[in-house]
Design a binder for this molecule. Structure first.
Ligand code: FE
Length: 188
C-alpha cells in the first residue's frame, strides 16, 4: 500500500515514468531471481578454481557469470560444510542480494524472522523443515548497509552424474539464504 501510494505521488509529480517502473518490476520478476544464484552455486560445485574465487571475492566471481548491480555491489559467499551451517538475515530491514536472488520473500522482511533467527536460529530453521544436528555450528550473518551474503549450500549426495545445469536445478532460493538445503536428485 505504501509503495503504491509513493509511486502514485512520484508519477503525479512527474518524477517517475510509470513505464520505467513497469520495466524494472518486470526485470526483477522474470529475468533476475534465484536461478542466477543457483548457477553460481552449481559452478562452485563443479569448478574448484571458481569456488576459490567465489570465497575470496564473491562480487567479482558472481560478476564473471554476468550478475552484478544494485544490492550486489559487495557480495560475500559463505559456504556450508559438515560442521557449519550459515543463515542470512537483515535485522535492520530487508537487505538482500538482488542480482543473485531477485526480490526477497515476504517472510525474510517480517519482524519475526529478523528478530528470531538471531536469537534462536536452530528453532527458526527447523520451522522451515530443516533439523540441524546438534554438532553443526550455526552462523547467522546480518546483512549491513553494504554487504550482501550468499550461502553456498553443500552439494547433495548422488549428484556425480549431473552436469552444471542439472545441479543448478537442485539449488533452491531458501538453500542460498540458509533456511533450507539443496534438493536431493531423487526428491527433485
Ligand atoms: Fe536491510
Amino acid at each position: 500500500m505504501r509503495a503504491k501510494a509513493l509511486e502514485t505521488l512520484l508519477v503525479g509529480k512527474g518524477l517517475v515514468d510509470p513505464a520505467a517502473v513497469d520495466a524494472l518490476v518486470d526485470t526483477f520478476s522474470n529475468d533476475i531471481g534465484p536461478q542466477n544464484g543457483a548457477r553460481v552455486v552449481a559452478r562452485s560445485w563443479c569448478d574448484p578454481d571458481y569456488r576459490a574465487r567465489l570465497l575470496a571475492d564473491a562480487t567479482s566471481a558472481i560478476a564473471e557469470l554476468g550478475y552484478s548491480g544494485m544490492q550486489g555491489e559487495h557480495m560475500v559467499a559463505v559456504e556450508n560444510s559438515d560442521d557449519v551451517h550459515n543463515v542470512v538475515v537483515c535485522t535492520l530491514c530487508s537487505c538482500y542480494p538482488w542480482p543473485v536472488l531477485g526480490l526477497p520473500p515476504v517472510w525474510y522482511k517480517s519482524p519475526e524472522y529478523r528478530a528470531r533467527v538471531v536469537r534462536e536460529p536452530r528453532a527458526v530453521i527447523a520451522e522451515f523443515g530443516l533439523e540441524l544436528a546438534d554438532d553443526v555450528e550455526v552462523r547467522v550473518w546480518d546483512s549491513t548497509a553494504e554487504i550482501r551474503y550468499l550461502v553456498v549450500p553443500q552439494r547433495p549426495a548422488g549428484t556425480d552424474a549431473l552436469d552444471e545445469a542439472g545441479l543448478a536445478d537442485l539449488v533452491t532460493r531458501d538453500s542460498m539464504i540458509g533456511t533450507g538445503l539443496a534438493l536431493s536428485p531423487e526428491a527433485d
